[in-house]
Every structure is written in structure tokens, then in C-alpha cells.
Ligand binder design. Structure first.
Ligand code: HDD
Length: 721
């Protein structure tokens, strides 16, 4: 389709205009059949008499039911559950020295994008808060065609070779005999597989960390995982790792909270993304690159082609090149978010692949999966997938073909069509693969440089704060605690031992087991003695290095903003309107949201004789859906202590290390015998005699900006074991 000229690409609306060609709105229109015939009665089927049988002749009924019967398509085999949004990518630091990709050349240049976030293991209707990796995919509608970034919120992967992907996914999905558990890795088949795959150990550290339970899609990093190549105008190649850093910082919830959110609001992340965009709080990330010259390929003590390894930011810093802003929700979930089809093989000139064997396998898988999911090789014609740069080739026909190709010529070379469409020279933007020199034997083998499975797992664990390490230990205790097979648990302890003795000991203590003296040989090296193509894992390096960028708490991307945070105001009848108003004003000024939670919906009478409108009742809301709580002043606030739901609200907030602000009689609620916070005042509990006490509000806001008061957790469980 010939729709856009080059200047259109500099405005974000280019893709919206393109989608507009397919948009439909029934407002003030007649109801019709799909053939355009106006319908006179959409309530009754055609029958032989009022009480008689329906007639086969009823084409209106048949069309409606037939369409309905076919409304579902197969869900994605992985990443089935997800949410997407439109936006733009803007260059803030052009990098023509590294890549000739047209969309990265000029300062201020904008490219429309559609971005989808997802969980991996669960079905389409599963909870957002599963412990899982999050998919992070960005479709760039560039002037030179579609570029898809298809990454995760974790920079490494479980396996090194795409050949193991079906095994990994079979192991983590619900078990095949009884289809349980849904959206969870805490079951035998997953840990059986992992315990036999030492290469997964680095990824396991990430997935057991709080990275796997993000507070929001808007508060997580993104990583391309593989090493890719950038090719510049001179044809020079640089290896590159792509990062996304969220403007709101990288934050997580705690596991008990995640499980409760899954019950209270399984759409928590979906709703959060949708609401933020609707409210004009557009989520934003910076895109950065770690660039490594070809000549430095072998400079590291790990292999750049190994997807279970990251390049520490201390070794190669991340250079920020642009920002992505998501500023528009889809009009139709199915048409856009469900039908969007990403593919790491959708690249533009200036971006190329490395020989990472996981990436190489992915390059096959993604088109193949769209054929069964979307049903036709014409999936690129679905509006959300359609390039806004012109497409012309000799591919024809197939299910649901939309394009009407003119002329008698559908082959190349041809003379009857004047040789058209014609090939583009490289200087005209034609894509040419990087001419890497390869001289090799055909083998089914892994390089020796892929055999160090533990050093970076250790690097990750050692880089975490004590709080984060405790969360990893608890996650492993939970997950392995759900595993019935003792040999699987024991084998896992053997692997953990090679990451950290402390980690293995602590997990073992939680499981009531002993760490095996010797790590058990993985089955593919031992029990199945004829196994081929695998190698003994290397001893981990003994270096005690750490990387602050790997810790969410130490990570420099943590910001101190409270923008878009949700604060629950616990209000009994008789609450002080002035106290509510003062705190609300301060929050709104900083783009945070205040929600009134009361014993009932409707009007909450205030001490001043007015009324506040309750957003939720204690029955419909829960602390886990908010970032912090505030208990305003008001004479009858102490009665909240007698409300079981209100106390559960406060106790959960305390347990999850949330900031609790309370003023006047509101603060008295915290001294009730049934309150976990009783006698446990800490830096996360901000109280004052009155809301207008000096510094009270600003102290509360500063504490909320710190996300959680983690030290409380230490006090709650004096010892992990
Ligand atoms: Fe994959 C979907 C990310 C390895 C095969 N993958 C999919 C999505 C993301 C990723 C974000 C969802 C895209 C969307 O929102 O529609 N996948 C990754 C990452 C990997 C990875 C970061 C490792 C670094 N994937 C991987 C391998 C294979 C696949 C090794 C197969 C050999 N992935 C698929 C797939 C999916 C998919 C089956 C399912 C739906 C789809 O592609 O469109 O083809």
C-alpha cells in the first residue's frame, strides 16, 4: 500500500492514521448484516409461528451465530496474557556511528510504536501477578519497515539453545495430566527440568527475585537478552545489548501481596497500564545500548553469544539513545493487542543478528507460530501488524488476502512488468545481511565458552541487598516447598550450593532438608550416560565481584517520584475533611492518587458536617491494591480498630512494608491490640498529632517515594531460618 511519504514518519500519528483506515464506529448508524443489509429485528429468530421451531432460512441468525462460534483464536503458546498500548519512540542521542537504522539517526526524530507486556506461562485469562518473567515487546513502525524488539524484563534466559525451548515450556506450563497449576512455576515438572539444567541457574536467580513480581508494567526494565549487531553506513559491525529503563524506577510487590492481588484483582497490571494512560500519566522508558566493538568479542570471561549471560554495566556502560512514551490505549483489545504479531527477525537495515543459538532458533519460531495463531501468511496485513512504509513483492493469495495486486506479473525477474517491483541497492536502503566470515564443521555441540553456569548466578545473588537476598531465599522455599519429589528438591539444593553456600543452607532450612555434600550430576551428564552434545559445567569463578545495577534497591534507575502512586485514605464516618483535604492536595500536586476507603460506599459524613464520596468500601478494596495508606484525623477514627476489614487493611500494609501515615485519632488506630504495628513504630510509620503538624505531610511523601520501608521486614522476621 502506498500511503505515507517520508515526512509522515516524523509524527507519531502516522500509525494512527493508518489504523484509521480500518476503524469502524456504529454511533448513529443502522444495524446491518455483514453483507450490509439493514436488520429490522435483532431480538427474535425466524420461527414457524410464535411458539414454533426456528427456520434454517434465517440467514441473520445463522450469520450471527456462525461469527460468534469463531470469535476465539488460539492463544499464544507462551506470553498468552498481556496488555498493550500505542506510543512513540523519540531519539535523544542519535547513534549513526553505530547503526544506519533510519529511525536512530536524528535528534528529536519520532517513530510510532505499539508495545505489549505479558506474563509467559499463564493462559490468556490468568492473573497478572504470577511469579514469572514479563515479556516486553515493542513494534516500531519505521520508515524502513517494521522493527520488532521482542525482549523480557530480565536480561538473561533459562536455556542456551532454542532446541530446549519446547522442553522448558512443557515443564513450566500446567502439568499435562491434570492441567494444574495455572500460571505458576511452583510445581514438580518445572523444578525437575530446572534441576537437570544447570545453565538455568542465573535466570533462576532473577526469576526468584522480586523482578518476577513487578509493581507495574510501568515500573520494570526491558532487555533484548541476546547480543544483536548494529551495522553502520560503512558496513562496520558492533555487538549490542538493548536496555529499557523505566522513568518511574524499577519496583516490585512482595510475594504475599502478589498472591493476594491475584485474588483481589487479577487484572492489576492491565488496569494499572490502562488507567495511567487514560489519566494522562504516560508511561515512559529510556532506551539504552551497550555497544561492544567486534574486536572485543572475546574480551570477556563469558561468551557474548550465550543468552544466560549479561554484560555487567560496570564493564560496558549503557548509552541512552532515546525514550519511549506510551500515550494511547488501544480501541479494541482483540484487533490490536491480541492480533499484534512480534518477531525478533523483523529487523531493518542497520540491525542484524548474532549467532546466539537461542536467537537463531527464535528466528524460525515466530512466523511459524503466527501461521497457526492468526491463521494465514497474510498476518502482516492485519492493521496492527501493517507496515506504514510501502510494501511491494510477489507474494500472493492465501487465506484472507486483503491486498488487491494489479497486473499479470507476480514473479522476479520479469520483463513484462518492467522488472518491477525492483530490488533496492544497499545505497537505496536494501537490506543486506552482515557478511560475517564463517568456516566451521557442522556439529551438534556447545562451545566450551558456554559452560560456566554459576559465576553470573553468583554475581547476581552477591549483588543483592540482604533484603533482596531474603526474598530470593523465601521464593525458593515457596517454590521448592510446593515440589512433591524429594530428589528434585535435593538436586536443586545441590545446584544452589554452587551459587552460594548461604543460599543453599537457608533454602534447605526452610525445606527441612540437608544440602547434599556433593552436587548431584545432572541427568544428561550422568544417569543418561549416552547423552551427547552437553559438557561438564565449569567451576564458577571465585571472584567476589558485584554489580549495583543488578539490585533493584541499589539500582540507579530507582527514582524518588511518587507520580501515579495510589494512596488509600481509611475514613470512618466522622473523619476530618480538613485532614483528608490537606493530604490529598499534597498528593495530587505530585501526580499521585488519593482514594477514599470507607466502611460503606456512598457519602461518608465528615466531622465538619459535610460529606466525602467513598471510592471503595473496605469490602471492595484491599491494602494490596495500594502503595501506601493514610489514616486521617477525626474523632471516631478509632472505631476503625473495631472493623475487621479495616484492621486487615492496616495489618497487610504493615506486613508488606508499606508506608503508613496517620494523624490525630487516626494514629490511635495503630495502637489497637489487634494492630500489627502496635509498639512497633518504625521509619515507615509517619504519625503526627494533626495533619498540619510541621513536616508531617512532606515526611509522609518522602517515605512513600522510597517505595517500601524494607527494614520493617527484618524486624518482622528477626531471622530467616
Ligand atoms: Fe519467545 C512470544 C520473548 C525465547 C518462541 N517471546 C514471545 C513474546 C515475547 C517473547 C516478549 C510475546 C510477544 C507478544 O507480545 O506477542 N522469547 C522471548 C525472549 C526469549 C524468547 C526474550 C529469549 C531470549 N521464544 C523464545 C524461544 C522460542 C520462542 C527460544 C522458540 C524457539 N515466543 C515464541 C513463540 C511466541 C513467543 C512461540 C508465542 C507467541 C508469539 O511468539 O507470537 O513463537
Amino acid at each position: 500500500m502506498e500511503k505515507n511519504n517520508a515526512s509522515d514518519f516524523n509524527k507519531q500519528e502516522a500509525k494512527q492514521e493508518d489504523l484509521g483506515l480500518n476503524k469502524s464506529d456504529g454511533t448513529n448508524k443502522f444495524l446491518t448484516t455483514n453483507q450490509g443489509v439493514k436488520i429490522n429485528d435483532d431480538n427474535n429468530s425466524l420461527k414457524a409461528g410464535e411458539r414454533g421451531p426456528s427456520l434454517l432460512e434465517d440467514f441473520i441468525l445463522r450469520e450471527k451465530i456462525t461469527h460468534f462460534d469463531h470469535e476465539r483464536i488460539p492463544e499464544r503458546i507462551v506470553h498468552a496474557r498481556g496488555s498493550g498500548a500505542h506510543g512513540f519512540f523519540e531519539v535523544t542521542n542519535p547513534i549513526p556511528q553505530f547503526t544506519k537504522a533510519g529511525f536512530l539517526q536524528h535528534l528529536g526524530q519520532k517513530t510510532p510504536v505499539f508495545t505489549r507486556f505479558s506474563t509467559v506461562a499463564g493462559s490468556r485469562g490468568s492473573t497478572d501477578l504470577a511469579r514469572d518473567v514479563r515479556g516486553f515487546s515493542v513494534k516500531f513502525y519505521t520508515e524502513e519497515g517494521i522493527y520488532d524488539f521482542v525482549g523480557n524484563n530480565v536480561p538473561v534466559f533459562f536455556i542456551q539453545d532454542a532446541n530446549k525451548f519446547p522442553d522448558l515450556i512443557h515443564a513450566v506450563k500446567p502439568e499435562p495430566h491434570n492441567e494444574m497449576p495455572q500460571a505458576a512455576s511452583a510445581h514438580d515438572t518445572f523444578w525437575d527440568f530446572i534441576s537437570l539444567m544447570p545453565e538455568s541457574m542465573h535466570m533462576i536467580m532473577w526469576v526468584m527475585s522480586d523482578r518476577a513480581i513487578p509493581r507495574s508494567y510501568r515500573m520494570q526494565e526491558g532487555f533484548g537478552v541476546h547480543t544483536f549487531r548494529f551495522i553502520n553506513e560503512a558496513g562496520e559491525s558492533h555487538f549490542v545489548k538493548i536496555h529499557w529503563k523505566p522513568k518511574l524506577g524499577t519496583h516490585a510487590v512482595v510475594w504475599d501481596e502478589a498472591q493476594k492481588i491475584s485474588g483481589k484483582n487479577p487484572d492489576f497490571h492491565r488496569e494499572d497500564l490502562w488507567e495511567a494512560i487514560e489519566m494522562g500519566n504516560f508511561p515512559e522508558w529510556e532506551m539504552g545500548v551497550q555497544v561492544i566493538p567486534e574486536a572485543d568479542e572475546h574480551k570477556f570471561d563469558f561468551d557474548l553469544l550465550d543468552p544466560t549471560k549479561l554484560v555487567p554495566e560496570e564493564l560496558v556502560p549503557v548509552t541512552i539513545v532515546g525514550r519511549m512514551v506510551l500515550n494511547r490505549n488501544p480501541d479494541n483489545f482483540f484487533a490490536e493487542t491480541e492480533q499484534v504479531a512480534f518477531h525478533p527477525g523483523h529487523v531493518v537495515p542497520g540491525i542484524d543478528f548474532s549467532n546466539d543459538p537461542l536467537l537463531q532458533g527464535r528466528l524460525f519460531s515466530y512466523t511459524d507460530t503466527q501461521l497457526s495463531r492468526l491463521g494465514s501468511p497474510n498476518f502482516h496485513e492485519i492493521p496492527i501488524n501493517r507496515s506504514i512504509s510501502p510494501t511491494h513483492n510477489n507474494q500472493r493469495d492465501g487465506h484472507m488476502r486483503q491486498e488487491i495486486n494489479k497486473g499479470r506479473v507476480s514473479y522476479h525477474p520479469n520483463s513484462l512488468g518492467g522488472g518491477c517491483p525492483y530490488q533496492a541497492m544497499i545505497s537505496e536502503g536494501g537490506f543486506a545481511s552482515f557478511g560475517e566470515r564463517i568456516e566451521a564443521h557442522k556439529v551438534r555441540e556447545r562451545s566450551d565458552s558456554f559452560t560456566d553456569h554459576f559465576s553470573q548466578a553468583r554475581l547476581f545473588f552477591d549483588s543483592q541487598t540482604a533484603i533482596e537476598q531474603r526474598h530470593i531465599i523465601k521464593a525458593l522455599r515457596f517454590e521448592l516447598g510446593k515440589v512433591e519429589s524429594a530428589p528434585v528438591r535435593s538436586r536443586m539444593l545441590g545446584l544452589l550450593l554452587q551459587v552460594s553456600e548461604m543460599l543453599a543452607d537457608q533454602v534447605a532450612a526452610g525445606l527441612g532438608m540437608k544440602v547434599p555434600a556433593q552436587p548431584e550430576k545432572p541427568m544428561n551428564h550422568g544417569v543418561g550416560a549416552d547423552a551427547v552434545g552437553t559438557k561438564e559445567p565449569k567451576e564458577p569463578s571465585k571472584s567476589n565481584s558485584t554489580s549495583d545495577a543488578l539490585s533493584m534497591i541499589k539500582n540507579p534507575t530507582v527514582t524518588s517520584t511518587i507520580a501515579t502512586r495510589k494512596i488509600a485514605f481509611l475514613c470512618n464516618d466522622g473523619v476530618s475533611e480538613a485532614s483528608v483535604a490537606a493530604m490529598k492536595k499534597a498528593l495530587v500536586e505530585r501526580d499521585a492518587k488519593a482514594c477514599i476507603i470507607a466502611p460503606h460506599l456512598g457519602a461518608v459524613p465528615t466531622a465538619e458536617g459535610g460529606a466525602l464520596a467513598a471510592d471503595f468500601s473496605f469490602f471492595t478494596a484491599s491494602s494490596v491494591l495500594f502503595d501506601a495508606i493514610f489514616i486521617p484525623e477525626g474523632n471516631v477514627q478509632t472505631e476503625l480498630a473495631g472493623n475487621l476489614d479495616a484492621m486487615e487493611f492496616i495489618n497487610d500494609a504493615f506486613r508488606h512494608c508499606k508506608i503508613i501515615g496517620a494523624a490525630g485519632a487516626g494514629a490511635a488506630v495503630l495502637t489497637a491490640p489487634q494492630c500489627l504495628a502496635k509498639d512497633k513504630s518504625d521509619g515507615g510509620i509517619i504519625t503526627a498529632d494533626a495533619s498540619d503538624a510541621p513536616e508531617f505531610i512532606s515526611n509522609f511523601l518522602t517515605a512513600v517515594a522510597g517505595h517500601r520501608f524494607w527494614e520493617r521486614e527484618e524486624a518482622l522476621e528477626a531471622s530467616i531460618s
